[in-house]
Every structure is written in C-alpha cells, then in structure tokens.
Design a protein around this ligand. Structure first.
Ligand code: FAD
Ligand code: NAI
Length: 469
C-alpha cells in the first residue's frame, strides 16, 4: 500500500496534469496515474502539439514555394525534407512532455505508471505493464482519461494506410492521394498539412456543410478558401467501405449520405476523422458504480462530481467541447472546489480555433444559434481586404463578424476567419468574460497597423459605422 494521498488523478492530459499542479499549489498531496510512457496525454503526445508543429512547418513550406515571389524574394523551389519535418515535430513533443515532468517534480507530484482503475471510492489500483499492482489510498479521485478516435464499422485502422490522426501525424511519405473522412477540425487541419506538402486531398463529409457547430456563414466562406487551395469536398456523402487493391493502393467507396449508388475514389492513404469518443475502458466504473450518460461520458454535476462521492471527472471524458483549454480550466476548477474555493468555468466564453491558413476562430454564440433561440441580434462585420496590415502581409482573406444583442449591445459571439485569427480572438473572449458591449470595443484604441484593427472596425460598424469601408 502506497502513502495516503489527498487527490489521485487518473490521466495526465491537459485536464489531469493542470489539475495536479493547481491541487499541489493549493497544498494537497497529489498522485497521478498514467498508462503511457510520457506525460501530457493526447494533446501533447498525439494531438494539439504535434499537429501544430506540422501545420507551422507545412505552412512555411507552402509559403516559400508560392508566397515569396510577390514579396520580392526569389528562391529556388523549396525541397521537402519530410524526415526532418517529422523530427521537428517529435522534438517539439519531447520538449513539451519533458516540461510536464519538470512541473510535476517542482510541485512534488507523485507519478504512478500503469493502468488506473477504481475498485471503490477512496482507492485506485495501478496495474503496470509488468510487475506488481499498487493500491493507492486517496481522499478524492479525478477521472481525466480523455478520449480516443471513433471509427466506422467494418473499417480496419492500421495507422499506416488507413489512419486516425495518430497515423496521419507520422506518414513516412507524402501520399499522392489522401481521402479524409470527416470535415471537422482534425480532417481540415491534417488535410491541410498533407495538401501543402503535395497530396491531392478529397474530404468526404456526411453533413451538407463543413465544421458543424461553427457559424455556418463562416464555414461556407472558409470552404471556398480551402477549395481555392485545392482541397476537394464531397458533402452529404458517406464512406461505405475501404478496400486494399493488389497494387497496394486503396479503393474508398463513397455513397450519398441518404444511400444510393457508390462512387469509388482511389487513394494511397485514408484518414478517418469522424470525431472522438470518451475513454473509460479499463477504469472499472461499473464496479465503483460511476454512472455514464447516453454517450458513454462520465456524468457529473456542476462541481464535476460523479454519481459517487469522492469521484470527480473532467476534460474529454465528460460532456462539452473536446478542447485542451476546456479540460485545463476544468482541472483548475475541480482542484479549487476540492480546496474549498469557488472553482468555476464560464462555458459561454470558451474559444475554439482551427489552425489552418487562414485560421478560423470563434467564441460564444453562432448566428445560427441566435436565430434558433429567437434572440434579437445585430451583426458587425469587417473584411481583411480593407485592413492596411493585412494588405502589407498579402493576407487579405477573411473577415471579422461580431454578434451583439440589439437592446443591450452586449457581445454574444464573435467569429474570425483570417491570418492569426487564433491569437486575435482573445480580446473578444476577454470582452465577453466582462459581459462587454460592442461599444466598449469600438472605443478601445487599437495599435495601427495591426490585424486586430479589423475587430475594432467590426465593433464600430455596430454603432455609427466603420471608418475604413
Ligand atoms: P487526454 O489528453 O486524452 O489525456 C488522457 C490521458 O489519460 C492519456 O494520457 C491516457 O493515456 C490516460 N489514460 C486513459 N485511461 C487511463 C487509465 N485507465 N489509467 C491511466 N491512464 C489513463 N484541442 C485543442 O484545444 N487545441 C488543439 O489544437 C487540438 N488539437 C488536436 C489535434 C488532434 C490530432 C487531436 C486528436 C486532438 C486535438 N485537440 C485539440 C483535443 C485535445 O487533445 C483534447 O481535448 C485534450 O487532450 C483532452 O484532454 P484530457 O486531459 O481530457 O484527456
Ligand atoms: P469533429 O467532431 O470535429 O468532426 C467530425 C466530422 O466528421 C463532422 O463533420 C461529422 O459530421 C463527420 N462525420 C461523422 N461521421 C461521418 C461519416 N460516417 N462519414 C463522413 N463524415 C462523418 O471531430 P474530429 O475532427 O475527429 O476531431 C475530434 C475532436 O478533437 C473535436 O471535438 C475537436 O474539438 C478536437 N480537436 C480540436 C482541434 C482544435 O481545437 N484545433 C484540432 C483537432 C481536434
């Protein structure tokens, strides 16, 4: 039997590791159980971090090949060194997961390696790959076991040719033809990576639009931008099967979403990116009596407590957007709650970013949601074509769209398509945290010349008018 802990967290992703650090800072004795060899979970090992390393490198490759000439930089066509690009990705991951090791040591957090399960409240059993099991005695438990890729029935993932995001972050060569199943965030980000490196990319999407959940006007315009870059879309379509051919290539059978005759697409690689599902396997939640919801997520109350006292859950394994920063903030909130403080997450102001080029960033309500809710709203918009800095950067694609309440002027949602949208969205997130109005933004001086001036102009257009259009 190991020592008695105040808190034991199962899973060291952004939810688990951030919760552990905050709990230790608040004076708790903390243990973390992780079954992988490295800390950091999906996000640091096979998600956010490696995908952003490849998105950055492939964007520069594309720019060096096609964007430099107009800026007066004549260079020979860039040569791809994929091995080095993948090394850059792996080194980025190593540096980030090493950072979590350092933070755990600094905060005196004990790590147990192995699969964690919960025989009962107050106990966590750790089963390592080899050797004896350890039982941890603990006052509280936080389940932070994250999510795993969903798959289609009848399709076998080998992570070489038929891949999830994990395999798509590690392809040994650029496929000639890549079929992406699912026009969500993973499909569009990783589809962009391989398209920039030379693949012909076709995205098959079940719905009649891309990026479900995002503002539909934004999604429509963004789809056009991706099409201009060469990405092809088959919307309202589904994949009925994938067959391996004698020559080693794949035949992907695609049919209309409502059924009908199948069309066959040739491919070297198929990426299945149809969503992720909560990961509760191996935890023994049925034995502990922890209730799940209809989608297999751990059911929690407003304080992240499960159906069993002393057992909590956060991150991808509970309801809400599957985003690293949402998991992190829930980690902080639950640590604060356990320390007797008023931990809280404002779900109305969680930003979401698609790290393509241009980027898509959003916070709060979409226009579609406001319409459905019968809210009386007004729209302020400003295109980057009218922004001086964007012109200088040859980055005039996209626009800012701000949605505000007609009566109170309070900002209800904001959506940006454009270069660096993912960095720019935060002034709107902060504004919404303070329940700000569009006039607050319109009266705030923005440095010139910056892309952020487009945000102020969109806010000005909700009052007496934008200046530069
Ligand atoms: P996870 O990060 O999934 O961590 C769960 C951990 O629990 C894992 O380490 C796992 O090994 C461990 N575990 C599971 N079961 C057990 C057990 N029984 N015992 C011991 N350990 C266990 N989100 C963003 O916000 N921005 C992005 O740019 C972004 N990019 C992404 C790109 C890709 C390709 C993918 C797949 C996801 C991306 N996400 C992104 C989503 C993000 O990774 C998740 O929302 C986030 O990792 C969820 O954090 P979590 O702590 O809930 O779980
Ligand atoms: P997603 O939910 O974003 O998109 C899945 C897409 O697949 C949807 O458009 C859906 O309609 C479609 N689909 C479902 N079944 C299908 C079928 N049978 N045939 C064709 N299309 C089908 O899921 P995705 O892209 O897999 O990402 C998983 C999670 O990871 C997301 O929730 C996202 O939040 C997170 N993530 C976040 C990133 C970011 O913040 N930048 C980057 C990557 C992932």
């Amino acid at each position: 039997m190991a020592d008695q802990f105040d808190l034991t967290i199962i899973g060291s992703g952004p939810g688990g590791y951030v919760c552990a650090i905050r709990a230790a800072q608040l004076g708790m004795k903390v243990a973390v159980v992780e079954k992988w060899a490295t800390l950091g979970g999906t996000c640091l090992n096979i998600g956010c971090i490696p995908s952003k390393a490849l998105l950055h490198a492939s964007e520069l490759f594309e720019e060096a090949g096609h964007g430099f000439k107009a800026l007066g930089i004549d260079i020979p066509a860039p040569q791809l060194n994929l091995k080095q690009m993948l090394t850059h990705k792996s080194e980025t991951v190593a540096s980030n997961v090493g950072g979590v090791d350092y933070l755990f040591k600094k905060n005196k957090i004990t790590v147990f390696r192995g699969i964690g399960s919960i025989p009962a409240a107050g106990k966590v059993l750790v089963t390592p790959q080899s050797g004896a099991q350890t039982e941890i005695a603990t006052k509280n438990i936080v389940i932070a076991t994250g999510s795993v890729s969903a798959n289609l029935p009848g399709i076998e993932i080998d992570e070489k040719q038929v891949v999830t995001s994990t395999g798509a972050l590690n392809l040994e060569k650029v496929p000639n033809k890549l079929v992406v199943i699912g026009a969500g965030v993973i499909g569009l980000e990783l589809g962009s990576v391989w398209m920039r490196l030379g693949a012909q990319v076709t995205v098959v999407e079940y719905l009649d639009r891309i990026l479900p959940g995002m503002d539909s006007e934004v999604a429509r315009q963004f789809q056009r931008m991706l099409q201009k870059q060469g990405m092809e879309f088959k919307l309202s379509s589904k994949v009925a099967g994938i067959e391996k051919q004698d020559d080693g290539s794949l035949k992907v059978k695609v049919e209309a979403a409502k059924g009908g005759e199948a069309e066959e697409l040739g491919a070297d690689v198929a990426l299945v990116a149809i969503g992720r599902k909560p990961h509760t396997e191996g935890l023994g939640l049925d034995i502990a009596g922890v209730a799940l919801d209809e989608r297999g997520r751990v059911r929690v109350d407003g304080h992240y407590k499960s159906s069993v006292d002393g057992i909590y859950a956060i991150g991808d394994v509970i309801a809400g957007p599957m985003l690293a920063h949402k998991a992190e903030d829930e980690g902080i909130a639950v640590a604060e709650i356990l320390a007797g403080q008023a931990g809280h997450v404002n779900y109305a102001a969680i930003p979401a970013v698609v790290y393509t080029n241009p980027e898509v960033a959003s916070v709060g309500k979409t226009e579609d949601e406001l319409k459905a809710d019968g809210v009386d709203y007004k729209i302020g918009k400003f295109p980057f074509t009218a922004n001086g800095r964007a012109k200088a950067m040859l980055a005039t694609q996209g626009f800012v769209k701000i949605l505000a309440d007609v009566e109170t002027d309070r900002v209800l949602g904001a959506h940006i398509v454009g270069k660096n949208a993912g960095e720019m969205i935060h002034e709107l997130v902060t504004l919404m945290e303070f329940s700000g109005a569009s006039e607050d933004l319109a009266r705030t001086t923005h440095a010139h010349p910056t892309l952020s001036e487009a945000i102020r102009e969109a806010a000005l257009s909700l009052g007496d008018g934008a200046i530069h259009i």
